[in-house]
Design a protein around this ligand. Sequence first.
Ligand code: ZN
Length: 504
Amino acid sequence: MHHETAYRNLCIATREVALLQRVQDLLEWDEQTQMPPAGAAYRADQAAYLAGLVHQKQTAPEIGAWLRELAHSPLAAEPHGDTGTVIRCLQQDYEKKVRLPQSLVEELARLSVQGQQLWSEARQHNDFARFRPLLEKMVALKRQAAEALGYPETPYDALLDEYEPGASTADVSRVLRELRAALVPLVGALADSPQRPDTTILSRHYPIAAQQSLGQAVAATIGFDFSAGRLNVTEHPFCIGLGPGDVRITTRYNDHDFADGFYGILHEAGHGIYEQGLDRAHDGLPTGQDVSLGIHESQSRLWENQVGRSRPFWEYFYADAQAAFPQALADVPLDAFYGAVNDVRPSLIRTEADEVTYNLHILIRFELEVALIEDQLPVGDLPAAWNEKYQHYLGVTPPNDAVGVLQDVHWGAGLFGYFPTYALGNLYAAQFFAQAAQDLGDLEADFRQGQFAPLRQWLRQHVHQPGRRFTPAQLVQRITGQPLSHAPLISQLNEKYRALYGLS
Ligand code: ZN
């Protein structure tokens, strides 16, 4: 009976924290989509205050007492059951949170709001020097956080674990290197191919209103529920769940770039479908939460790439696209368009990179941020190190920092350890998709008819509904019967692109 009471109290307290966290998220959404620049200072105070309040509630002594009482109770006996999952995950979360001083949590929240604003200014003015002092402070604070959290080998382990529980720097490093070795021959073969798509098709004039309505219609067709979500414009596309029944996705538009806005929507809709697929009955508890950023990213990348860059997908949607953009697309055959959205070439901008070279952008960021956190690379040397790695891995050198080291918001926002989850997401996506195709039969025939529900329901059942019952590694093993591997991604890329580029 005692246990039941402790468990009930723990759940009430945890759901109260979730209420507050969604207020934080709403402020974050507003900051990225609506807030005028002059609002940043006050918003930073609000963010710091709320972060402190959340931290206080998460580390309250009674939480520790309830968890101790429950640790060896029958409620904790089944580690992947409902109550066992809640107790196990909250215990892990609690152990981490109590190690972080509240003052550090508040300072990081404040600096993150300032950092995002300053990053945006610095990028607009192509002025890394303006951003540098804040970034130095951010790196120092993140290192402090890593020291407080503790780590097995390198301080970066502690930061990575925040986003991908159970992953280590050494594992990620190995996976990314193996992936790179497998990608290099394909990238080389594609670069040498005489058969290249005409990408100028995608930079014709695409009126923004039509981009928005086509994007919304496609997102709704694959299963993003607009009665429980909405789409806004931002500088750096993202998705944020503000509670059951309210999932926000964002994109950016350029009237001479079809792919940026469209694939931004598709990507974020994939994240949104995951959020909307979580178990509402368990809202606010680990059983109703996403597992990790890597698994989250697998859902966005799967809809963006495995589905949204496939020929069957465009066989269904291309007539709609031609109707939306008659001037740009009336004279363009389906295969020319399909080739253009699958153009592979080394490029400067991660978010616009094709699915073959994308992971090399991640490898660069991963190596640089590990070096920053391990104090091997001074922030002042970062732009030069960035440019050198782009030359080394992709054979391109940014002409300026705005399209180089200043292109991503992450470091200004304090998101160290986040980038590798993008590459992990690509690997999980390929592995899940291969399994779904095996379980569901002819997915291509489904897509050709605009049928996306079978795939979406498969993902809901296998990936969304379990919440945090399993770690990312366990989830992959359970769903596919195999540990995480780069083999499915490499084989999908080889099959698709060798055909598209006329290689054997
Ligand atoms: Zn994403």
